[in-house]
Design a binder for this molecule. Structure first.
Ligand code: SF4
Length: 238
């Protein structure tokens, strides 16, 4: 399995470089270390290529990963998991192949929009994005129909190895319950907490987001399971 998670870096991640200048920033580092020591390296995000990771980031909207895997397996089985193949394929056929991911008609349009951008700007080759700044890429990705901030940042971080922290519902839930984030805060305000608390480090951002998803799925559910959670000793509201 191909992964952008740099396993050799995992041994360094317990030394995530966090600022020590404020309580919240300290807690951001402390939570990272607690989660890392509990879960270890998460080795995210599954995908055999940056293109597959980007497709997965679009397909995973509003569904679980198991369904995305089925959709990606269908695309692979029909030799459709490439920019050229998806560019040439009728949108109805794409929708049929990605049906297991749910909202398949909407997601087929989103995939087509992403492929259209990729073909027009980078000849369908994500490797050609390497020369474009992260800021420019983020603006361009957000201009694609159906690509929101979480999807754009997932592509930047997990497919393109750029130091951009991904904020999702799990992040807001965990950090708001610990009084570090307002659950009503906007995406960029939440993201700034992480960008301002740690040095820009792709491997750490990659790992941290994966750890938050793990604790969110296992413990910090709508009805929290604080008693056995690795963050139980960190002050929280539940
Ligand atoms: S389950 Fe409880 S201790 Fe764990 S992250 Fe959520 S609020 Fe914190």
């Amino acid at each position: 399995m191909w992964s952008l998670m740099g396993s050799p870096r995992c041994s360094e991640m317990t030394r995530a470089s966090t600022s020590r200048t404020s309580g919240d920033k300290k807690i951001v580092g402390r939570i990272y270390r607690k989660l890392f020591s509990f879960y270890g390296c998460r080795d995210w995000w599954p995908g055999d290529s940056p293109f597959e990771v980007a497709v997965g980031a679009i397909l995973t909207q509003n569904t679980n990963w198991a369904n995305v895997e089925k959709a990606i397996a269908n695309l692979k089985h029909h030799r459709a998991l490439s920019a050229k193949a998806l560019h040439e394929m009728p949108i109805q056929d794409i929708a049929s192949l990605i049906r297991p991911s749910g909202y398949y008609n909407v997601k087929a349009k989103r995939l087509k929009a992403f492929i259209g951008f990729l073909m027009a700007a980078y000849e369908g080759d994500m490797a050609l994005m390497a020369g474009t700044s992260t800021e420019r890429l983020r603006v361009d990705l957000l201009a694609i129909n159906g690509v929101g901030q979480e999807t754009a940042d997932s592509i930047l971080l997990y497919a393109l190895n750029r130091p951009v922290f991904v904020i999702d519902a799990y992040t807001k839930r965990v950090f708001s319950r610990h009084g570090i984030m307002d659950v009503r805060a906007g995406y960029e305000e939440c993201q700034n907490l992480f960008h301002g608390s740690m040095q820009a480090d792709t491997a750490v951002y990659n790992e941290y987001h994966a750890l938050i998803v793990s604790v969110g799925k296992e413990f910090c559910r709508p009805a929290p399971r604080c008693a056995r959670c690795p963050l139980e000793k960190i002050p929280h509201d539940c």
